[in-house]
Write a protein that binds this ligand. Sequence first.
Ligand SMILES: [Zn+2]
Length: 511
Amino acid sequence: MKITMKKKKTVLVRVLGASLLAVFVWSGCGGNDDGEREGEGEGYSASIADTAAGGDASVSSRQKGTARIATVARPKSDKVIMVVVDALRADGLGCYGYPKDTSPTIDRVAKEGILFERMHSASPWTAPSFGTFYTGVSPTVHGAGSMLARGSSKGTTLFGVTVGGIRKDLPTLPRLLPPEVRKGAIINNSFVSKELGFARGVDDFDHRNAHLTRYRTADEVTGIAVKWLEEHWDGPFFLMAHYFDPHIQYGPPKKYLAQFAPDRPRRIAYPFVDHHPARDGTLKPNDAEKAYIRGLYNGEVRFADDQIGVLIGAMEKVGLMDDTWLIITSDHGEEHFDHGSFEHGHRYEEEVVRVPFIVRAPGGKWKAGTRIADPVSHVDILPTILDLYSVPSLPHFEGRSMFPLLDGKERPDRTSYMEFNLFKGQQCALFDGRYKVVWDFRRNRAFMYDLKEDPGELTKLGKEHPMYEGMLERVKARREELTRQAKGKVFDKSELSQEAADALKSLGYIK
Ligand SMILES: [Zn+2]
């Protein structure tokens, strides 16, 4: 039963305040003591297209060949929380098939919401991907994370690289939300900064640089989010909460070591910060050392997951989870020597570019347990969020709202495009739902994977494969088109449809 608004606020303050002392942990957070999951190892290959048990009767099942269309309308709410866990590889979570107990909270959110099996990041590293969250276009077009000449006055120099920000003439997510929506962002990555355009339109931009051992940990982020909600929960809001913990360094609180990384090899330190030698190949860890490093990462994932659970638990106690859309995703994944190297920013294999994307409707009933196999991308996130606020997409957006996929109303021709290395050359990649082509455009070299036959991406395919030339042409054409767009005016009010222009005018962000 819903609590009345006034009463709810009183209760909320008390409960959320108490949650800062970690009194309330979401009931879904209990894990198995032995560190292994039981009975939930559904990999995506087994569950693609399956609308799981527990969903409401209206769940579309087009993938099963029927034509049932949703009969229950999507819940309406102008309260949205977007949780971005940095460097969170999708296949490291239970709901994506990982056998360790890293993610009981996120797994429960997935059971109560919609899980997208194949969300690809716009880029293998942070700034370009966040730029796409904000703008709905690819990094070449928005410019955040573009590599500039060292010291260039057009960018910001951090950790030895000079990168550009979001181009100023592009409307950003906070500016596209209706004016009455309170916009908050809790950000813990040095590149997602005010200087690079990420505070534009945000009412409360709570930013802290992060560097290896110095960053705000998950419990701090949850505490800040709870305080922000205390102030703003009773009106329309959009809150982006960024958890940095799974990003290098790997140093989870010690209480997670017994479960995930009990035996420290002599050469590997806790916390693990040796990402340079790990990345350039000089460390050469053996299997036990690799397992320990991955264990530390898993501990960080579980720490973030538990703290997301604390946040949700506090909200749930006062019924705020009945009013709020919850989105959980990541800016990119992380390599743990899967293809011989380490970290992120350097490759386009799945461990680096396949990220979780989970949407839970207010109340956790609508489409609960649905899993969508169609390829989707970071460029689809902005139109999807705007859809929640009934704001129309703009013509220059590259992606589309993901909600029509749920009703079988869209026959997808979706592809995912990725670009902008931080390290090791410059490549871009295109995935069409089965084939992924990776093109090094500086050296004009390419290879392709067939993810249906080779989900581990072990065999590089070339000219001998009948699909190779076509995929190579497609990725080249995409990059050329984006490069052409980036040179011109991207957002042009004169190109808006009458309906979109009227809607945008009524909301006050164009005249
Ligand atoms: Zn990142």
